[in-house]
Ligand binder design. Structure first.
Ligand code: SF4
Length: 409
């Protein structure tokens, strides 16, 4: 009775690199590393290689010790089980599939109306403000001499005519610029549920926020930098919220060092536990960003990544997918760190097609070096804007891995 079949459970994934492999169960969130030897590699290849059907026939009489250990690891940790050859077992495929919502035919053409994919629009109105490049990492006012007029924006929104838009983020640089904000605000009233205004703290006129935007039902986020004036201003917001007996705006605190990080975290927990967010930003402060953003092995392990998330990580980038950004120069981007897709006068379907053809951001996944050689490739969160601005294709301490040839999943 030497012949048996080793079968992986449908929720188990295996990824291997030349030195180490990883077993991960997306139901129990168990994860185990194993050493790759020539025999174990051959077993993995047979397990994964046959049309990616995750079962392999084994002869228990002739197994080597390392193969036995590998099987023991699989069975004792419930990544798979042993069956007899005559048992009728369900086969499961573990290959790449289109991610949910991205339907393609055999030639890779999209079979759905591509307008469906466009769900999130960011509009940088532009105007005079502090010149930084933080807008490449997060919502932050953009300095420009020219700016989008209310008429430009209304005309654009009228032309794109999509029922699939779920969010419109409007970033103001200057409250008193050339944009005719009051016209824009009154036009946007019928879609106010979709709209969030982002207003730089330094330009904030609090009565505008309370009497206009909040009063009309818009969502408002104040973007803050700078420690002392921010603290003074925040106190005024707290007083105003009490006076108007109304929920105030949310706050994004951008921080570039540890002392700001601690200070604003304390401020948020004291005054805005549900309305404040502390966001580390890169400003040639790699040490701080490494400390706050980079992941190490122990941080990767506890992540509860589901099977659906793994499929998504293999197909598209949820950080960017569906988003377009309109800049004050009238160009549209899928990501402001990438080349433009076209200008606001062009049909929106053409703009979306260009992104799907060029793959600048929406389908940016961890398929480049060093991630494509890493066993965490599909567990790891997908690429983000920090990687663009720092100029790295990974944000972890794992990239010192020996480059290799093997990955499965
Ligand atoms: S090398 Fe890439 S996939 Fe591996 S842990 Fe780092 S960022 Fe994640």
């Amino acid at each position: 009775m030497a012949k048996q079949i080793l079968i992986l459970y449908p929720d188990t994934f295996i990824w291997i690199t030349p030195a180490k492999g990883l077993l991960y169960n997306t139901k129990k969130f168990t994860i185990k590393e194993f050493r790759i030897t020539r025999n174990v590699l051959s077993l993995c290849e047979r397990l994964m290689g046959n049309n990616r059907i995750r079962r392999v026939e084994i002869n228990t009489d002739t197994l080597f010790d390392d193969e036995k250990q590998f099987m023991k690891l699989i069975i004792s940790n419930k990544f798979g089980y042993i069956s007899l050859p005559e048992e009728n077992v369900r086969t499961v495929q573990n290959g790449h599939r289109p991610a949910p919502g991205l339907s393609q035919d055999k030639t890779g053409r999209n079979t759905r109306d591509i307008l469906r994919y466009f769900s999130d629009l960011t509009i940088y109105i532009g105007g005079e403000c502090e010149q930084t490049e933080f807008y490449k990492q997060t919502f932050y006012p953009y300095h420009s001499v020219s700016c989008l007029s209310a008429i430009d924006i209304i005309d654009f929104l009228n032309r794109i005519e999509t029922p699939y838009l779920r969010h419109i983020h409007i970033i103001l640089s200057d409250l008193y610029g050339k944009s005719n904000l009051s016209l824009l605000i009154s036009w946007l009233l019928h879609t106010r549920d979709l709209i969030t205004f982002y207003i730089p703290h330094s330009l904030t006129k609090k009565s505008f926020i309370y009497n206009t935007l909040k009063n009309l039902g818009f969502s408002v986020k104040i973007i803050c930098r700078g420690r002392e004036d921010t603290a003074r201003s925040i106190r005024e917001f707290i007083q105003l919220s009490r006076k108007y007996d109304r929920q105030g705006p949310d706050f994004h605190f951008l921080v570039t060092n540890n002392s700001e990080f601690k200070y604003f975290n304390l401020l948020v927990s004291d005054h805005f536990p549900s309305a404040g967010k502390v966001i580390p930003v890169y400003s040639h402060n790699l040490r701080f960003i490494k400390e706050k953003i980079f992941r190490n092995k122990s941080e990767l392990h506890p992540e509860k990544v589901t099977k659906r998330q793994i499929r998504i990580h293999q197909s598209l980038n949820p950080n960017f997918f569906g988003s377009l950004t309109l800049m004050p120069d009238k160009y549209i981007y899928s990501n402001v760190n990438c080349p433009p897709l076209g200008n606001m006068q062009e049909p929106i379907r053409e703009i979306i097609s260009r992104e799907l053809e060029n793959n600048y951001a929406w389908k940016l996944i961890r398929n480049a070096s060093p991630c494509c050689h890493c066993k965490y490739q599909w567990i790891c969160p997908p690429p983000n804007n920090y990687e663009f601005v720092i100029g790295k294709t990974d944000l972890c301490y794992e990239s010192a891995l020996t480059p290799g040839r093997y990955t499965y999943g």
